[in-house]
Design a protein around this ligand. Structure first.
Ligand code: SF4
Ligand code: FES
Length: 372
């Protein structure tokens, strides 16, 4: 740990989590259980400095995310700054505040792309999972994005409650004018892990959804690109999470912590660095946290001698930690992992249960009801 590997290149992307404040209460939220309060967020100049440093480091794509990034009053200033540095600027939003006026200001500042989440195909189901009256406002936000001529990605987190509606979700994304649709089965980190028994789909649901998605990909080729993220618990090989630890993208949390992946704060003993105390380039190339799982040297058996080690990179470090207590273990999703029984037990127990109601994300609120 601690020494940069010889093959470490620059990052392409920065996920800038401007705030954890959010108007929604999604049961599948993957943000950490312990949210950063507004009082501990980086200020505008600190974010500008992060963007400067990221660009010098080689970053070309900036994803402004959260929580809800539109909760930050300085969002147009940050878009303008990232744009002035020559970055492609993507806004990852719930869309609730994306009115004509707000969106026009962001476009004038240099916004390139909007990624808008929806929760289900119909208002009742979508608002139930969002824990707020949000769906109709999201549809209005999509219309605003289209009117302004920006490319639009619609993102939908799939789970037991909406997976059967995937055909209607595809239809809705088409009607919204999406250029791209991301259908992502829930990955179990943060709040989502607490709700796993309610969210985990059945194998039958996944088989049916596969057919629908395959048909849609074919039918809509050239009109709307569809990407599909599998429910990895049901797979026999793990996902190549983040395309490898510390290889392509870095995340800066609202408080300035710099993370090799958005969920990495869950790994106990990982010594996270902060942009308030160390330059971003040093963190990327030299920090113990970014070098902890780079490449393949850190691997143990069975990954160390496995033919797939350069393909899936041993899977997900956060999942290995959450399910086995050690981030250096093989992701237990892998059928070769000595811990695969942990996943099989979850599938046997959770999927056979009548799912309990999911618990909406709890957000700290001020006395006037605003998210803190
Ligand atoms: Fe991938 Fe490791 Fe499993 Fe091999 S043993 S398939 S490298 S996770
Ligand atoms: Fe952290 Fe996969 S989510 S490495």
């Amino acid at each position: 740990m601690g020494e940069p590997g010889p093959s470490v290149g620059p990052p392409f992307g920065l996920l800038a989590e401007l705030t954890h404040r959010c108007p929604l209460r999604c049961a599948y939220c993957s943000n950490p259980l312990q949210l950063v309060p507004a009082s501990n967020e980086l200020d505008t100049d600190q974010w500008r400095s992060v963007l400067d440093q990221a660009r010098r480091l080689g970053v070309l794509q900036v994803h402004l995310s959260g929580g809800e990034p539109m909760a930050r009053r300085d969002l147009p200033a940050l878009v303008e700054h990232a744009h002035s540095l020559g970055c492609y600027v993507n806004l990852v939003t719930s869309g609730l505040s994306l009115t004509d006026g707000a969106a026009a200001e962001l476009v004038a500042a240099g916004l390139d792309h909007v990624q808008l989440s929806i929760q289900d195909a119909d208002t009742r189901g979508a608002d139930a999972i969002a824990g707020a009256r949000a769906h109709e406002r999201k549809l209005a936000a999509a219309a605003v994005v289209r009117r302004l001529g920006l490319p639009l990605t619609v993102n939908v987190v799939l789970h037991r409650g909406n997976l059967d509606h995937v055909e209607a979700i595809v239809d809705l994304a088409e009607r919204m004018g999406a250029d791209r649709l991301e259908l992502a089965n829930t990955q179990f980190y943060g709040w989502a892990l607490r709700n796993r028994a309610a969210l985990l789909p059945t194998a039958a649901q996944l088989r049916a959804a596969d057919v629908v998605v395959r048909d849609a990909v074919e039918r809509l080729a050239g009109r709307m690109e569809i990407s599909y993220v599998y429910s990895d618990y049901h797979e026999r090989r793990p996902k190549p999470c983040m395309h490898g630890w510390g290889s392509r993208q870095l995340t800066v949390a609202p408080n300035g912590d710099v993370l090799p992946c958005p969920a990495a704060s869950v790994i106990e003993g990982l010594d996270l660095e902060n942009v308030r105390t160390r330059p971003l380039a040093e963190i990327w190339y030299e920090s113990a946290s970014f070098n902890a799982f780079r490449g393949t040297d850190w691997m143990r058996e069975p990954c160390r001698s496995c033919a797939f080690r350069e393909v899936d990179l041993g899977g997900c470090r956060c999942q290995a930690f959450l399910l086995t207590g050690d981030a250096a273990n093989t992701d237990p999703v892998c059928q070769l992992s000595p811990h695969r029984a942990v996943v099989d037990r979850v599938l046997a127990e959770d999927v056979l249960l009548v799912p309990p109601p999911s618990v909406p994300r709890r957000m700290p609120v001020s006395r006037n009801g605003d998210a803190l």
